[in-house]
Design a protein around this ligand. Structure first.
Ligand code: ZN
Length: 234
């Protein structure tokens, strides 16, 4: 299983990869799960978490956003770990309803997929409703026990947040896309301008590595390049 270690010793395990990534942020006393993947990946998620030498229990589940492929097991994770769920305030209505709308496509073919996806809607892309415990709104939120800072990075969706670990590595959900080699533009985004503004927010941290919701890690250098490429166009 792939993992990263910050200079401070905090470990970030990629406990789910493939269709969607999920990460486990761990130090000597605390742990936070970032995203859950789809319900069909749940057993894989559990078996990978079991491989990590957890010193304490999972204190919280932080959702980078509430699209089904990132949060479909949120309810189960909360019940089984008795943990808190941290989510953007903008997700409040969606999580009570168990469905977050598929975003607009940014390419021709994803525009089409978006339309079809919206037509199918909740039945295929819904999730078990859950009640969040901490809502992120208009400010940085800190989890001191893990030296984690949460910032809002909207654009892909209005409820997108990023988790900055030790001011060194950020877990960014779908604010960036790690599947293509030289591009980080997500195939779906509700607001492309805001997405590019969020890239700037990420550059304003000291992070040198960005872990996306899909695909491989993204360097600061590539993020910088992409920001200057899209900032005027957006
Ligand atoms: Zn998404």
């Amino acid at each position: 299983m792939k993992y990263w270690v910050t200079n401070n010793g905090t470990k970030i395990y990629r406990v789910l990869s493939g269709r969607s990534n999920a990460y486990l942020v761990v130090n000597n006393t605390h742990a936070a799960l970032i995203d859950t993947g789809t319900s069909s990946a749940y057993s894989k998620l559990l078996s990978n978490i079991a491989r990590v030498d957890l010193q304490g229990k999972i204190d919280c589940l932080i959702l980078t956003h509430t699209h089904f492929d990132h949060c479909q097991s949120a309810y189960k994770v909360k019940v089984e770990n008795q943990c808190k769920i941290v989510v953007s305030k903008n997700a409040e209505n969606s999580v009570a309803n168990g469905y977050t709308r598929i975003p607009n496509g940014t390419f021709l073919y994803t525009k089409l997929i978006s339309k079809v996806g919206r037509f199918i809607g909740k039945k295929r892309f819904g999730y078990h409703t859950f009640s969040p415990d901490i809502l992120i709104e208009n400010s940085e939120y800190r989890i001191p026990s893990l030296n984690v800072k949460i910032i809002e990075t909207p654009g892909h969706s209005s409820d997108s947040i990023s988790i900055v670990v030790d001011n060194e590595i950020a877990i960014v959900g779908d604010a960036m896309f790690g599947v293509f080699k030289n591009s980080i533009l997500t195939p779906f985004a509700d607001n492309k301008n805001k997405l590019v503004e969020s890239w700037k927010k990420c550059l304003d941290t000291d992070c040198n590595l960005f872990l996306p919701g899909h695909g491989h890690c993204i360097s600061r250098k590539l993020l910088e390049k992409q920001y200057y490429r899209y900032k005027t166009k957006a």
